[in-house]
Design a protein around this ligand. Structure first.
Ligand code: ADP
Ligand code: MG
Length: 626
């Protein structure tokens, strides 16, 4: 069945020219670039025939920047200037970095308050993770242009499904810095599903199991007519192939009973040897960890698959627990999953596949290279977006946003404007009004999250709409429009409809959600749903009460003369009672008292109205009124 067909505005293809478009998997450990050649997606190799570029950048002496294998070779002897796993720092502040990681580099923040995009101090000065990623992207761009023989038209770059606005924006900034035209950011699990051609099937629910070098992500995707909905994501941002290497290294170190602790270079050697042995164990029953310490001294130990499995079983079990949790979050059973897709180099390990097969009762989809599958899917999308696909074969994917977006309203409440899992791109507007008479400005506070109270959501941006013509409370019509583009990036505008006063922001938060925070926020929203309803009811009751207290306060000041002494005393004490009640937490009592006071003051309001009418009529003749 055909997918939703959407033509991208301004991207209509020239009929005969083929545009050079690539897909890029900008990974934590390894990055790849792929393109469509002769109708088949393929990863482009470097001059040594390797498709994977280690995501490592070294700021060497004399302004030289090494990227990939060259940089990685210096991880032991020039650690502070050799940046690896930079993806973890994209769109992050120092406050988001784990304690263990803080020791690896010297971090700084431009603003000095620990907020905002962090930077890493190297011999070349403070470098932003965006610049580091840009070096990786530049290298891949050069590789692609060399092998395709022309300038690139654009690229699709993949990001984890849980990446928030700040992390996506940082990725786009890096691409721009590298001189790449970003056709779209695409979620990694979505790209993997596309590579497997799952988008060609009409419907289905797939689990994408992505075990990379340092991160583990599991996502459940539902595909319905070209819409990829992320039903749940979970995982562990600090679990991956590196942990398997460390388990082997520890085993070797203990076996050898070396007399002293290893130097950083020795440690790096041991880890590299362990990794080589681990990878060899994917194809062989035994492997040898062999380290040459220099000066003619070396150590080695043989490891069997069984031994390796024993050493790493807890790691595999942790991934299976995360799989179970994702299923629970999505309210699905094992049998609801139509297929399991393997992504990430570490899924080549046979015991990982065996554990998944045992859990799902059927083998995972493994016909594609798990290292390459994300880049290949991105290349297919890039080709489509560049307009290269043949008529009738064009289809685009729709992604969804992971968390709701809204604005703060009176009483610290969140009014959701774009709800979670809406397909993007999307534009949605909602009208708001002023709270006070004569209010000429309105503060718009944009927040992200599932909870009802602003304090439980993430603040994304604040801006002000000014120049609202003075009107009575509730008369102004302020239209707030949220626009989320195909990359999941948000811009917000506010317009006062009658006057046309307008203000807008492209939401570019200085720092984003911490690792896993989206998943946690979703989880918390579910468990707090009923408490949130209470909080919302209370906040609403308080807003109503305070509006009435305020209005009656003014009325009593102005027109006390319209009331008898006992009426005035009765109303004043009722106002005081409501005011006091509103400080408590019983939303029902507050609502009831508000209603009572409303009723009790109706007559007073009527008298004020008469007085106002009489005043307006005073001195005017009949003709001028008519
Ligand atoms: P990322 O998505 O984090 O960039 P990758 O998907 O490239 O990472 O996965 C890198 C990990 O895959 C490394 O830990 C590497 O050792 C592991 N890996 C690569 N090939 C194999 C193999 N044949 N057997 C087991 N693990 C492998
Ligand atoms: Mg990856």
């Amino acid at each position: 069945m055909a997918l939703l067909q959407i033509s991208e505005p301004g991207e209509s293809p020239e009929p005969h020219t083929r545009r050079l478009a690539v897909g890029i998997d900008l990974g934590t450990t390894n990055s790849l670039v792929a393109t469509i050649r002769n109708a088949v997606p393929e990863c482009l190799p470097d001059e040594a025939g390797r498709t994977m570029l280690p995501s490592a950048v070294r700021y060497a002496e004399q302004g030289i920047v090494d990227v990939g294998h060259l940089a990685l070779a210096h991880r032991g002897d020039d650690a502070l200037n050799t940046i690896t796993s930079v993806k973890r720092f994209m769109g992050r502040s120092i406050a988001d970095v784990r304690e263990e990681t803080k020791a690896r580099y010297q971090f700084t923040t431009p603003s000095g308050d620990g907020k905002g995009q962090l930077k890493i101090t190297t011999r070349r000065g403070a470098i932003s993770p965006i610049e580091v990623s840009a070096e990786i992207l530049k290298t891949l761009k050069a590789r692609a242009e060399e092998s395709l023989g022309g300038e690139l038209y654009g690229a699709v770059i993949t990001v984890p499904a849980y990446f928030d606005d700040a992390q996506r924006q940082a990725t786009k900034d890096a691409a721009q810095l590298a001189g790449l035209h970003v056709l779209r950011l695409l979620n990694e699990p979505t790209a993997a599903a596309v590579a497997y051609g799952l988008d060609q099937k009409a419907e289905g629910t797939y689990l994408i199991y992505d075990l990379g070098g340092g991160t583990f992500d599991v996502s459940i995707l539902r595909l319905t007519r070209g819409v990829f909905e992320v039903l749940a994501t979970a995982g562990d941002t600090h679990l991956g192939g590196d942990d398997f290497d460390e388990a082997l290294a520890k085993h070797a170190f203990e076996t050898w009973q070396l007399a002293r602790a290893l130097s950083p270079a020795g440690q790096a050697n041991l880890l590299a040897a362990s990794r080589a042995a681990k990878e060899a164990l994917s194809d062989n029953e035994t492997a040898t960890i062999k380290v040459n310490w220099g000066c003619g001294f070396d150590s080695s130990v043989d490891v069997s698959r069984e031994r390796f499995y024993e050493l790493t079983r807890p790691l595999v079990d942790r991934t299976i627990s995360a799989v179970k949790k994702t299923l629970r979050d999505a309210k699905l059973k094992v049998g609801d999953i139509d297929g399991v897709v393997l992504v990430g180099g570490a899924t080549r390990t046979p015991q990982v596949r065996a554990a998944l097969e045992a859990h799902f009762g059927k083998p995972a989809l493994a016909t594609m290279n798990p290292d390459e599958v994300v880049a290949l899917g991105a290349a297919i999308q890039a080709d489509q977006l560049a307009g290269n696909a043949k008529q009738g074969e064009q289809h685009l994917l729709l992604d969804v946003i992971p968390l709701s977006l809204g604005i703060e309203t009176m009483g610290n409440l969140v009014e959701k404007i774009v709800s979670r899992n809406s397909t993007i791109p999307i534009a949605k507007a909602q009208e708001f009004t002023t709270f006070k008479d004569g209010q000429t400005a309105m503060a718009v506070h944009v927040v992200q999250g599932e909870r009802e109270l602003v304090s439980d959501c993430r603040s994304l941006a604040r801006f002000e709409l000014r120049g609202i013509p003075p009107m009575v409370a509730g008369a102004a019509r302020i239209r707030v429009t949220f626009q989320v583009d195909a990359d999941g990036l948000l811009s917000v505008s506010a317009t006062e409809v009658t006057s046309g006063a307008r203000a807008e922001v492209a939401v570019k938060p200085s720092y984003g959600l911490a690792d896993g925070e989206i998943a946690t926020m979703l989880q918390v929203a579910y468990t707090h749903a009923s408490a949130d309803m209470q909080a919302r009811a209370l906040a609403e009751a308080r807003v109503d009460a305070s509006a009435l207290v305020q209005a009656l306060g003014i009325a009593l000041d102005e027109d006390r003369a319209l009331l008898s002494e006992s009426e005035a005393v009765a109303l004043t004490s009722q106002v005081a009672f409501l005011k006091q009640l509103a400080e408590g937490t019983d939303h029902r009592a507050i609502a009831r008292a508000t209603e009572d006071l409303n009723r009790a003051s109706t007559d007073f309001a009527g008298r004020r109205m008469d007085k106002a009418v009489n005043k307006a009529l005073a001195g005017k003749n009949i003709a001028s009124i008519a």
